[in-house]
Design a protein around this ligand. Structure first.
Ligand SMILES: [Zn+2]
Length: 303
């Protein structure tokens, strides 16, 4: 198994959710909190290429297969990409009008960067790479608002309290002009190559010796990670939280220095190349301590 080209992903998706929820189309909107008809929100939006057939596996499938992809069983096919039925039509329209167009422009820029990178070479090198580039005429605020909307849509499926436990995230998405997030939230962006796509609702993990509460969506060209509480500033990941301070209308050339991440395991923030995964495996080393316990959306560990 490997990355097949400069920009191609395998169809395996790690998604920790209750699949039966997909059948539901009435409920409480995870953004505005109103009850009613819910509509399918693609996460990420279709402009990221999220409109294709994928097969979904869970972390448990991977463990049951002895941590070997090729041995995984129980893949659940999903014909039209990844989505969540947790947002009402009005909120879907609002983000579609105010956030998605700017988000998609930055996605395009990210895809262009990915296409220029020697992905196979990076995957054969144990060293983590970072790339510096400029996104021309970026509108930072709508971009980060769409990221938070995606995080809400995903977490709302597994945790009905996520919106009430995180009112500041909700308020940030509800009003296009709202700026800034409380200190307990940090938003990280990396370039992401796949091959797996990863969808991780809020969880706790010990990563490089520090316990983090995080939620993440990894879908090329980017990996989006939100930490709640302890930040991930001990890891080589780009903190873009300051972009939440921009005004809605702000448009400027934004210079980003981002880690280049692979998805060879289901763990969020595990960006190791194939070469590094192999080396670590032979040395019996794990950079990610697995005891991933349940956490509620306030970041409290549920023992
Ligand atoms: Zn709504």
């Amino acid at each position: 198994m490997g990355v097949r080209g400069a920009y191609s992903v395998e169809k395996t998706v790690f998604r920790e959710t209750r699949y039966e929820a997909m059948a539901r189309n009435k409920g409480i909107c995870v953004i505005c909190g109103k009850g009613g008809k819910l509509s399918l929100e693609h996460v990420p939006p279709q402009c990221a290429g999220n409109d294709k057939y994928v097969e979904i596996n869970t972390f448990a499938d991977w463990q049951a297969a002895g941590e070997k992809w090729e041995a995984m069983k129980g893949a659940r096919p999903q014909a039209e990409g990844i989505g969540y039925i947790t947002i009402c039509e009005a909120c879907n329209r609002y983000s579609g009008a105010h956030y998605v167009p700017s988000f998609c422009k930055t996605i395009d820029a990210g895809i262009q960067i990915l296409r220029q990178l020697p992905v196979l070479e990076f995957d054969g090198d144990p060293e983590l790479k970072a790339v510096e580039f400029e996104v021309k005429a970026m509108r930072p605020l709508p971009f980060v608002k769409e990221v938070i909307a995606m995080i809400l849509a995903m977490n709302g499926e597994v945790d009905a309290n996520f919106r009430t436990d995180n009112p500041d995230l909700v308020g940030f998405v509800l009003d296009k002009d709202a700026r800034g997030l409380p200190n307990k939230y940090h938003l990280y962006l990396s370039l992401f190559f796949g091959p797996a796509l990863r969808f991780a609702p809020t969880m706790a993990a010990v990563i490089e010796g520090r316990r983090l509460v995080l939620t993440a969506i990894d879908y090329p060209p980017f990996s989006y990670v939100v930490t709640i509480g302890t930040p991930a500033d001990h890891l080589p990941v780009g903190d873009i939280t300051s972009l939440t301070q921009c005004a809605y209308e702000d448009q400027r050339d934004v210079r980003l220095a981002l880690t280049c991440g692979f998805g060879h395991t289901p763990f969020p923030l595990d960006y190791r190349s194939s070469a590094r995964v192999d080396l670590d495996e032979r040395a019996g080393r794990r950079s990610i301590a697995v005891p991933v316990k349940g956490v509620n959306s306030s970041g409290v560990i549920v023992e």
